[in-house]
Structure formats: structure tokens, C-alpha cells
Write a protein that binds this ligand. Sequence first.
Ligand code: ADP
Ligand code: MG
Length: 223
Amino acid sequence: MLQLSNDLSFDTADGVETGNSGDMAALNLSRLIAAAADAIADHAEALTALDQAIGDGDHGLNMKRGFEAVRGEAEAFSAKPLPEALKAIGTKLVMTVGGASGPLFGTFFMALGKEISAEPDRVNLTTAFGKAIDAVAARGKSQPGQKTMLDVLYPVHQALTQGKIASEIADVADNAAEATIPMRALRGRASFLGDRSIGHMDAGARSTALLVRTVAETIGERT
Ligand code: ADP
Ligand code: MG
């Protein structure tokens, strides 16, 4: 029985943990991988359409290729301790997604694997998530406000530190992706467009929000 839902459901304002902890070892990683790959596959065309508007139109295909590759090895990944599994997923994404986003998503999962414990509680998850997104920012030489995936990752981290529950975190992610629409892109291909990047949602922000919602909902429904 997955216990992270208990961790995610604590709602103390100061982030003091009140739920069960240390039970993420029971996390059904293969189910999470399948749900993430399904979400990306279901939205591949929409992600491509976003990237067509202000990029080169490959983001949906890139993500689908990467997550199908991860799905193909879900059994092997799930047999590993969580840190090793996340590092292996990151490595696979770097090798298969391509584009700018491949190394960035790969860095996220590899850094998360480096920082997370085998049986993380909410505090460890939050700290590891924070370090993983800092690693993405370092890799991309980017920061929030530049119309990238970081504009979803940082608000999600903030929601984690605030002790928000899974459904609230998923909403924060969606709203953060929407909030990239009026931004001017300062990183990635979209930045070549200058002001013409304004008025479109960032594709990487959207795919990140999709993954956040999928993880939150899969864990929230007690896999
Ligand atoms: P490419 O831009 O090479 O075609 P993708 O289309 O797969 O790669 O991914 C584009 C997404 O990657 C963007 O929507 C943005 O969210 C993200 N991205 C690009 N460059 C950076 C960066 N320097 N820092 C953070 N995210 C970035
Ligand atoms: Mg692209």
C-alpha cells in the first residue's frame, strides 16, 4: 500500500510532518511510470502544437520518445531502490528525449535520485526536489521568469514546502504553466522570437505540469 498519500495530505502551515513517513519504499514506481508515459502520449500532439507556435514543434515527440523508452524498462527500474531508479530514469531520458529538454529533464531525475532517500518522507522529498530544480537551473543557465519548465518547477517546490496536498499541488502546476503565456521567453528556442513569444504557453512548462499532475494524482489515489 502506498503511503506517500498520507505524507502529501498533511496540511500544517509550517510544513511539520503529521502523516506517516518513510513508507515511499512501497511506492508503485511501475504504475507511476505507466501513468506518466500515458499522460505524455495522450498530450503529445498538444505539446507539439505549443512548441510549433514558438519553437520547432518537436517537444511532444521528444517527450513521447523518452517516456516510452522509460516505460519499456519500467520493470527493471522499479526493481531498483528509489534513488537508483530515479538516476536510471534520468539517464534514459537524457539518451532518448533529445532537444534542450532532454538533458534538463534528465538532470532533474538524476539530481532527484542523488538527493532522495530510499524511503523518503515529505521533508526529504521537498529538499530533494529543491536541489533537483536547482540542478536544472544550473544546467540550463536559467531561472524562473524566463518562460521555461522552471516556471512550473519552482511554484511546485513552494507548494511542497507549504505543505499543500496533492490536488492543490497539481492545480499550482497547471496555473503556473498558464502563467507562462504572457511571459517573454528568455531561454531556449522561443527566446529567438523576442516579443513574439508573448501570448503562447511554454511547451516545457506544460509538459512539466502534466507530469506533476500525473504523479500527484497517482500517489493521491493510493496506488
Ligand atoms: P528544443 O527547444 O531543443 O526543440 P524541446 O522542444 O524538447 O527542445 O524543449 C523545449 C523546452 O525546454 C522549452 O519549452 C523550455 O521549457 C525548456 N527549455 C529550453 N531551454 C531551457 C533552459 N535553458 N532552461 C530551462 N528550460 C529550458
Ligand atoms: Mg522543440
